[in-house]
Design a protein around this ligand. Structure first.
Ligand code: NAP
Length: 247
């Protein structure tokens, strides 16, 4: 997809979908920056990126803290020389039914999934505006489009991310910066879905018209498309990668 010489930052790039996005963008030619709270896991992905012949900067950062997001973007621009694409992928779940959701369950999920994306986008806006171009890609979820019993906090954070995406798309369009969201469906075998029982996964799969779960690579392909020059005229959109769940 021709990303040679461009720098992409993937938050939560230490495993699962974020790792697949980092490796896909690197194989398209981008140099990569990664962050996570557990820096050792991110460093291991960093070595995989370097094995593809690309530079990789790895930083420990909790995106829910605006000072850490600011430092992260500063480090990317300072050490990698520029920033072209921000992929807001870091996310968590704290699932429970409404009556059992604790204040912390609500606050933690909103703080990481929604405020984290806002923190990183606000910090990245300066270098992107200066460069008069770039990409912001937010990883939302089918749950942000459809809701899900037991995930009110997560659904609200992911629906909020869609509103953030559309607002930033309007704000930044005049400088040729596109802002889009990718909405994965069920992607098992990541840290996020480890706790789901086989029964729950099978129940969800029954609602996937294409009849199979998604893979981190399926999601990474969509991110790579939106990051590419060929997607320059697409902004404010939500691209579902869910086997048809949300059609
Ligand atoms: P995952 O395996 O749990 O990975 C989450 C990543 O985010 C990890 O690298 C984690 O590293 C990082 N992270 C979590 N909190 C962070 C914070 N405060 N600051 C910085 N990094 C943080 O999850 P995944 O399944 O790959 O999910 C990736 C994204 O896809 C999430 O936004 C998720 O909501 C979305 N998604 C997933 C699915 C699915 O079925 N898996 C479906 C739809 C959407 P540390 O823990 O070390 O910080």
């Amino acid at each position: 997809m021709g990303l040679e010489g461009k720098v992409a930052l993937v938050t939560g790039g230490s495993r699962g979908i974020g790792r697949a996005i980092a490796l896909r963008l690197a194989s398209d030619g981008a140099d990569i920056a990664l962050c996570a709270r557990n820096v050792e896991a991110a460093q291991s992905v960093g070595r995989e990126v370097e094995a593809l012949g690309r530079r990789c900067l790895v930083r420990q950062a909790d995106v829910s803290h605006s000072d850490q997001a600011d430092e992260l973007i500063k480090a990317v621009v300072g050490e990698m020389g520029s920033l072209y694409a921000l992929v807001n992928n870091a996310g968590i779940t704290r699932d429970n039914l409404l009556m059992r959701l604790k204040d912390d369950d609500w606050d933690d999920v909103l703080r990481v999934n929604l405020k984290g994306a806002f923190n990183c986008a606000r910090a990245a806006a300066r270098p992107l505006l200066k460069a008069r171009g770039g990409r912001i890609i937010n990883i939302t979820s089918v749950v942000g489009l459809q809701g899900n019993a037991g995930q009110a906090n997560y659904a609200a954070s992911k629906a909020g991310l869609i509103g953030l995406t559309k607002s930033l798309a309007r704000e930044l369009a005049s400088r040729s910066i596109t802002v889009n969201a990718v909405a994965p469906g069920l992607v098992p075998d990541t840290g996020m879905t480890d706790e789901l029982s086989e029964d729950v996964v099978d129940g969800m799969l029954a609602n996937v018209p294409l009849g199979r779960p998604g893979t981190p690579t399926d999601v990474a392909h969509a991110v790579a498309f939106l990051a590419a020059e060929e997607a320059a005229y697409i902004t404010g959109q939500v691209l579902s990668v869910d086997g048809g769940m949300a059609m």
